[in-house]
Design a protein around this ligand. Sequence first.
Ligand code: HEM
Length: 730
Amino acid sequence: MTTSKSPSKSKQQSDSSSPALDNALHEIQPGSGRVDHAEEQRDNGGETHQQIKPGADHGDGTAHLTDNFGHRISDNQNSLKAGARGPSLLEDFVLREKIFHFDHERIPERIVHARGSGAHGVFEVTEAIPELTKAELFQKKGNSCPLFVRFSTVAGSKGSKDTPRDVRGFAVKFYTETGNWDLVGNNMAPFFIQDAIKFPDLIHSVKPEADRGYPQAASAHDTFWDFISLMPESMHMIMWAMSDRALPRSLRMMEGFGVHTFRFVNAEGKGTFVKFHWKPKLGMQSTTWDEAVKISGADPDYHRRDLHDAIDAGDFPEWELGIQTFDEQWAAKQPYDVLDATKLIPEEEIPVRIIGKMTLNRNPDNFFAETEQAAFLPTNVIPGIDFSNDPLLQGRLFSYLDTQKSRLGTTNFHQIPINAPKCPMHNFQRDGLMQTMVPTGRANYEPNSLAEADEDGGPRECPETGFSTFEENAERNDPTEKVRARGELFADHFSQARMFYLSQTDNEQAHIASAIVFELSKVTLPHVRERVVAQLRNIDADLAKRIADGLAIDLPEAAKPARKPVDLGQSDALSIQKNVKDILEGRQVGILFAEGSDRKTIDALKKSIEAKGGTAMLIAPKIGGIKLDGGTLEADGQLAGTPSVLLDAVALVLTREAAEKLTTDSAAVDFVCDAWAHLKAIGHDDGARHLLDHCHVPVEAGGVSEADGSFVDNAALRFFDREPDVRDLA
Ligand code: HEM
């Protein structure tokens, strides 16, 4: 079957390097036939029939509605009945097949990371590293491969909001010429636990509580903090999870981390430890907590929409791939264990070396077929990239293959186009549920000698180019022992948590403290609140005191650390605010106008926002067309449906009369008050001052300016020094 694809309205690139995927998808795509020779009919019940015109070219199969076996359907509005008022008939295979298929449309959601958004893209090597790895991909600058990315939240269900306080998954599938490489990471460098055996407990504790089925997509509840309070190893990750990193402004504005220590292996068999980093071109940016909460009401799909719209508009999101590499001698000298996933390597110790660039340039054609069915496997590595003995990573190597069978229902999930490699794939595995390949010949075993009889004997192993595991296993380890134990330095649970906290700006520290107070205030078990504060005393005395004050409890005794923390100093790379990129690209600036607003000011603002790479969004009380001096202007968003939480900065271009009228509209008042409270730049003309006064926004404050160039210059920034005036931080 051939189908015609409607021309794309966007600037997305078609990924010519993925023919297998494209063909497979389009060949099986139902419902994409053209309907330009259809006509509408009403039948006796008034129901609408959209039918092929009588006498049309019935040879054009694509336009004809069929069942799943190609039988053309004459009536898609009425089931077959014994009389117009009679019972439905069992022989109606059209009805039965349609309902049967619908009844089974959903598949189990992911056990974790159920809520996610995907995009296609391309990876390009910007610096070859043959001295470190024999991975074909990294042998030459300019090498490239197609890829698919899925970003996700961890705790919430598939339909949950995009902006809870949570870790974000950052999973990348590289379709390389030597097989798929899945770098299944997060937007936070450490992890909560050290050993895979604790993962089910961690996830059970954070998911909705077992008896009541809530809260959804939230860590602010008893069971999560009960578990955490008994797991001091989670304290470093708790600092990250309570920081603004858990509230990204956009998926395009967050860093990614491979988390575990992996291993490069070069052509001589030499191993080098490696940590992977993704650095966003747009820089890092986060929302405030209050903003994130309000966004989840205004637009639960905030991140998904932002990613989709950016790609659709041709603003292709980009990240640099960076590495930190080191050897066992270096690792042995550190005060932490590089096999412990609750630890990171400060960038000041080993700078991140950029070796590649990822560009996301194509939205999925179909969310279910691609994003939902994407199956990432940390076991997907290519020759030249290997695992370390990190006990969390080792557990993951088992988990993902296993879970895909449960979620996608078959061992053949690798044949789903989004998961299939784009290089040749041959083996002797056969059959299984939903087998779509049709192997020929008799060779489904080996060794075989069928070739001697001129038959196809099938593929053969290759010691030269095949994956071979790094051979050493005795790095500070006795492989003859069988033990249930952790490496000695795993017992230091607080040094890096302290380093992270002390590396933040004052404002970021206040956000962390306030987040913990908020979360623990939702905890109903007083002994859990106390035990968390007792752990925090080992991170920073002031932090623990702020939390105790915020909870109005006495400061408990410090918990006894398993190993005395050491001073690791500070790492500026860990702070978002210290690394702000003052660029308007990727940011949305709202211009609120109403009847009589000055068209020239609006046009000039729009022009300078766009000149700086930002997107201007026109917002008015009514969208269809507002009368201004010199014509009417349509808005992109209606005021009540476009609160300022969805925007990075706002300009108010209003006549005095319009501003006065808007003081009685809570949508307008919230628009201004929230922009102020969320520390955003606010631009205004003379008329709009009345609305600002009504909202108690001081026009002389930082970030509040005339709606001109000075406002556009400020539009990418947040004015954190305003915060003590707008909320009581811990
Ligand atoms: C032993 C520890 C872990 C276990 C058992 C585990 C298990 C799982 C499972 C079962 C899924 C759902 C997969 C699916 O249905 O497609 C998943 C998804 C995911 N996990 Fe883990 N996980 C572990 C640790 C981690 C860590 C440390 C990270 C970050 C480095 C991580 C990152 C992810 C991501 C990003 C996804 C979503 C992949 C996607 O977008 O489809 N996980 N994990």
